[in-house]
Design a protein around this ligand. Structure first.
Ligand SMILES: [Fe+2]
Ligand SMILES: [Fe+2]
Length: 331
């Protein structure tokens, strides 16, 4: 699997030529021009290595390295600088920076250091990545069980949404690793509702605007809960974005189009379909046809066209309807 490398430098032309020079089938290169931009890219992507300049506007390389040491200590960092002295190098080593390269750059030297930093990160993570994933799957199951004890409805909804998300993603021929991450995130996508009083969650009839606002906090609450955990997939971000819409009319961030993670865009579709097609405390299940009408009516405006098409075709071939209306799906 390719490693995602984030290159951070405020000189656009430099970073463009660096991307070309570093091209390699083992690496997928992403770019950011400032420290803040780098953080935004990291929120949407699973980054394996950061290569950063030191002097940049807004958030400089030093602040970025400090941020990474605090929030993503598992991500290795390579610093490029024309100014690094032995002393700054020592300080950076304390913050966990893997290595330095002097500017002007020797491309081969940089690439070697990048690959070494990636290898070292794989080694220190300990265990094979399969073992790590198994541990994370167990952690997610634990969180899902926690939801179940308080709110069996949401737990069932999450399970069915995860199942449907996986089927949609399979139809879209997405990589197995991404599908695994999507499935895991979907299993706990409404975990933020543990902060919502259960009277509101189970209230029959319409919610007041204040109650609705409380419910709307759940993706952000979930993000705060999940962010500190170093999942091998971008679980916290997938969950945070599951109520965003393609046209930017969703919440909590109001982001649009490509800003939304692919996994989140799929989860949004399966979440809506599951919620509409099964019983809620406040209304009876709508038929599958009406549910599919909702997603096709908003195909491309709210919902990712490829995910809508995949979902519609899943239900069209009938097999999935049986599963969907089967007792296994009821909880
Ligand atoms: Fe939700
Ligand atoms: Fe949901």
């Amino acid at each position: 699997m390719k490693k995602n490398v984030l290159l951070v430098d405020d000189e656009k032309s430099f970073i463009e030529s660096l991307s070309v020079g570093l091209e390699d089938e083992r690496l997928s290169l992403l770019q950011a021009n400032t420290g803040l931009q780098a953080i935004a890219v990291m929120e949407r992507n699973n980054i394996d290595l950061v290569v950063t300049d030191l002097k940049m506007p807004d958030m400089g390389g030093y602040e970025l390295v400090a941020y990474l040491a605090r929030n993503h200590p598992q991500i290795p960092v390579v610093v490029m600088s024309a100014y690094a002295t032995l002393e700054t190098e020592e300080n950076f080593k304390i913050l966990g920076v893997s290595s330095f390269v002097q500017k002007p750059l020797e491309l081969d030297d940089l690439k070697q250091k990048m690959l070494a930093a990636l290898d070292e990160a794989d080694r220190t993570r300990g265990g094979s990545s399969d073992e790590i994933k198994l541990i994370h799957k167990k952690n997610i199951q634990l969180l899902a069980n926690l939801v179940e004890t308080r709110d069996p409805y949401t737990a069932g909804h999450q399970r069915r949404t995860a199942e449907l998300s996986m089927k949609i993603a399979e139809q879209m021929t997405i990589s197995p690793d991404k599908i695994q991450g999507l499935y895991m995130a979907a299993l706990i996508h409404d975990i933020g509702k543990i902060a919502v009083p259960s009277e509101i969650l189970t209230k029959p009839g319409r919610l007041t605007p204040i109650e609705f606002e409380l419910i709307k906090n759940h993706p952000e609450t979930a993000y705060d809960i999940l962010k500190p955990i170093d999942f091998p997939w971008p679980v916290a971000t997938i969950v945070r974005q599951h109520h965003e819409r393609l046209d930017g009319s969703g919440y909590p961030l109001g982001i649009a189009g490509d800003e939304i993670l692919l996994e989140s865009a799929i989860l949004t579709v399966s979440d809506v379909v599951e919620a509409m097609a099964t019983n809620r405390p406040y209304r009876f299940a709508r038929t599958i046809e009406l549910t599919l009408e909702e997603i096709t009516d908003h195909r491309g405006t709210y919902y990712l066209p490829e995910a809508v098409d995949a979902c519609v075709s899943l239900f069209a071939d009938g097999e999935f309807i049986t599963q969907f209306t089967n007792a296994n799906w009821a909880s």
